[in-house]
Design a protein around this ligand. Structure first.
Ligand code: SF4
Length: 481
């Protein structure tokens, strides 16, 4: 495909871009363990890692168990202030030797190249995912994009080894236009892949909110001009640095909406734990707001209100369940209730993936289902809208139920069953809605843990095409950002 050197905005886009202002942000980021080791962090942060913790981490440096080779350490001052008073948040953001005790797992859990017609684009459904940056304001230790963020070299489909690249605007716009033209000429389906029009793009990374307003504006206008109906942006910035959502950002968004009023904007946010947005009193308890609900961290509350007040923006939370971070039904219940009260929809919770080091982070599938189910006891239907998802290479799959009683006359169900349902399928989604039923295995963290106890598999999750844990397909609207 012939591509332009540099993307040329349309006249309409240029008129919008001319109005966009950049701003400077004080994230006060500490990057790298070395800053803690050399005591070159602000005074109040100096005890964040104890001497013993640092010693253990230093001993691993330059060995195969080096934690920063797996995922670089990074934290904003805002997130540090929360972490000081939250064990869950400390576990999320502090490096630990546990991460590399057991290095089993996939180097490239996303298997990006399988559905990647262009560098930095995954095109599997009517939704495409693009990588626009390879960093975030802080780094979650459990991140499933660790190969992108740590810039690891991965084995590609053509046998070459290279790190993952980012999407390039001119190439992407040409690809979208070309794909959609072929689809339109062929009655609504691509003749080779059977995919529909590419109508939605998820901007991901890394966290796109680390980009400047001008840079974001260029992406938004170019995608709208290419015929995209809906732009999603995955971000954890409301937790890491809510002041990024400042007036210059909202001015840009409002001007973009004025120029492209029919294009939807879906902000996919990522809160793992209510400690990331709620204030606590001196005893560590959340504070009742006499006017209703609980008291939020002011800057987060302001940013969420500004976002939710705009009717062209919807906000959806999706987050993985992580050992030591949010394996707590009470916390997850409060999270769902407070998010919904503040106009953030509860979209998905995710089972972990088999990334390198996953054993330090992943709950079992059955524990994850019990966690969500327990957390939703006492929630209203609108608050309890989130589903538990696990990504199969065939498509996004829901863990629908875990039962405790045997099914009379059905061998293999003595301890109860787990029911999976395919929520989405690649291409024409012909298998959407199909289910698989397996006998329980309380130790299973992945589909492979059920391969020897399949009872019914209409969805084909466990047929001979069952892939090994390293061949899990990238979900295109995933939790990580
Ligand atoms: S999980 Fe998301 S927010 Fe956290 S480091 Fe990874 S990409 Fe960034």
């Amino acid at each position: 495909m012939a591509t332009q050197e540099k993307y040329q905005p349309t006249e309409k886009a240029q008129a919008f871009l001319d109005k966009v202002e950049n701003a400077k942000y004080k994230r006060e980021i500490v990057m790298g363990l070395k800053r803690f080791i050399d005591n070159k962090v602000p005074e109040e942060m100096q005890g964040f890692y104890t001497e013993d913790e640092l010693k253990e981490l230093i001993d691993l440096k330059n060995t195969t168990h080096d934690v920063e080779a797996r995922m670089p350490v990074k934290i904003t001052n805002h997130y540090y202030q929360i972490a000081k008073n939250s064990e869950a948040v400390r576990t999320l953001v502090k490096a630990s030797p546990k991460e590399t005790f057991d290095l089993e797992g996939a180097a490239d859990p996303g298997k990006q190249m399988t559905y990647s017609p262009l560098e930095g684009l995954i095109h599997k459904y009517e939704l495409g995912l693009i990588y626009v940056t390879n960093t975030c304001s802080a780094h979650c230790r459990f991140c499933y994009r660790e190969e992108l963020i740590a810039k690891k070299e991965i084995l590609r489909e053509d046998g070459t080894v290279a790190s993952k690249g980012l999407a390039k605007l001119p190439e992407l716009v040409e690809y979208i236009k070309e794909h959609n033209k072929i689809v339109a000429e062929n009655g609504g389906r691509h003749p080779e892949t059977n995919r529909e029009k590419l109508r939605e793009i998820l901007m991901s990374g890394g966290d796109p909110m680390v980009l400047s307003n001008k840079n974001l504006a260029e992406w938004f206008s170019a995608l709208a001009d290419a015929g995209i109906d809906s732009i999603r942006l995955g971000t954890k910035e409301l937790a890491f640095y809510p002041d990024r959502f400042d007036q210059t950002f909202f001015n840009m968004m409002d001007d973009w909406h004025a120029a492209y009023p029919e294009v939807q904007f879906r902000l996919m946010v990522h809160f793992n734990h209510p400690d990331e947005f709620l204030q606590k009193d001196e005893n560590g308890n959340y504070i009742e707001n006499p006017e209703g609900g609980l008291v939020w961290i002011e800057s987060t509350k302001r940013a969420v209100k500004e976002l939710a007040d705009r009717n062209y923006i919807t906000i959806e939370n999706q987050a993985p369940f992580i050992k030591g971070v949010n394996h707590n039904p009470d916390a997850i219940r409060i999270l769902q209730r407070e998010l919904k009260r503040n106009r953030i929809n509860n979209h998905y919770f995710f089972c972990g993936r088999d990334i390198i080091g996953h054993k330090a982070f992943n709950l079992t599938i059955e524990d994850a289902w019990n966690l969500l189910n327990d957390s939703q006891k006492g929630l209203s239907g609108v608050e309890a809208s989130a589903r538990l998802s696990i990504t199969h290479y065939l498509g996004k799959t829901e863990v629908v139920a875990v039962t405790n009683e045997p099914m009379k006359g059905v061998p293999g169900t003595e301890n109860g069953v787990v029911i999976f349902k395919l929520l989405r399928g690649a291409a024409d989604a012909s298998n959407k809605g199909q289910v698989a039923i397996v006998g329980r295995n309380p130790e299973a963290i992945w589909f492979s843990g059920y391969e020897d106890r399949v009872i019914y598999d209409e969805a084909g999750l466990f047929t001979e095409t069952m892939k090994s844990t390293s061949e899990v397909e990238q979900e295109t609207d995933n939790a990580t950002v």
